[in-house]
Design a protein around this ligand. Structure first.
Ligand SMILES: [Zn+2]
Length: 256
């Protein structure tokens, strides 16, 4: 009898750990904490989408992305890594100068970020906030994206205390691993619609067989498609400007 009880308890502990691990490793999950995975109805009505670029800034790729965006009068959101901001503060300032927003993507982009203590999470995020604020002369990020999209159960509380909201994505092209720009473009463009949040990378972008960064091949085609579909890419800070001062937990209707 005792053996059966111990067995059942062990099975239940293992099951709960597996469920928790699945939630942590599911970037678009909304069960463990608020998570923005698409834009609100007001943005959809305006036929807006959000292009987001992670893991930068990158000295060679980010300026070219900015030029492509300018050509199409498109605005985007850059989720920057703190230690790269420390190396390229002028590039971060240039992103802001060109009308885009710069947001927080942790300080080191550590593989095991999701398994860190609340103190470690807070330290990684606050260090990056300060770094970006210094580079942009006082423009503090209002959004955070976890490295790889993996979220600790502690992250929601840390972000709430820091008045940041977590942003995932609607669709991604896997441009850090896929060397074929056609495949990446197909993943991002299939059923592209207003309200979508697209994940691309200016940092860590894979090189195609031609030697060019995949993102630089895909982005112009994506922007042409947006034009054809009458979709406008805007930055997250523009979309959410009206609810800037309200804390995350008072805006449940903004999280689908
Ligand atoms: Zn990343």
């Amino acid at each position: 009898m005792l053996e059966t009880i111990i067995l059942c308890m062990s099975a239940s502990i293992i099951f709960s750990q597996v469920v928790l691990a699945m939630l942590v490793l599911c970037p678009r999950c909304k069960l463990i904490s608020p998570n923005l995975v698409s834009l609100p109805q007001t943005a959809i009505a305006r036929r807006e989408i959000a292009l987001t670029f992670d893991d930068g800034p990158h000295e060679e790729i980010t300026p070219q992305i900015l030029d492509h965006l300018d050509l199409h009068n498109a605005k985007a959101t850059f989720f920057c890594i703190g230690e790269k901001v420390a190396v390229y503060p002028d590039l971060v300032a240039e992103i802001i100068r060109r009308g885009h927003s710069v947001e927080n993507h942790s300080y080191r982009h550590h593989t095991f970020f999701a398994f860190g203590s609340p103190n470690l999470l807070e330290n990684e995020i606050s260090k990056t906030q300060k770094m970006i604020e210094a580079a942009t002369h006082g423009i503090a990020p209002r959004f955070f994206r976890a490295p790889f999209g993996f979220r600790s159960p502690f992250l929601g509380g840390v972000l709430r205390r820091m008045s940041l909201r977590h942003v995932a994505w609607t669709r991604r092209g896997y441009d850090t691993t896929c060397r074929n720009p056609d495949t990446v473009f197909r993943r991002l463009s299939r059923n592209l619609a207003a309200g979508d949040i697209l994940l691309l990378h200016d940092g860590n972008s894979r090189r195609a067989t031609t030697g060019h960064a995949v993102v630089l091949d895909v982005l112009p085609r994506l922007l042409e498609l947006c034009k054809h579909k009458k979709l406008h890419s805007v930055s997250l800070s523009t979309i959410f400007t009206d609810i800037q001062t309200l804390p995350t937990d008072r805006q449940p209707n903004q999280y689908k």
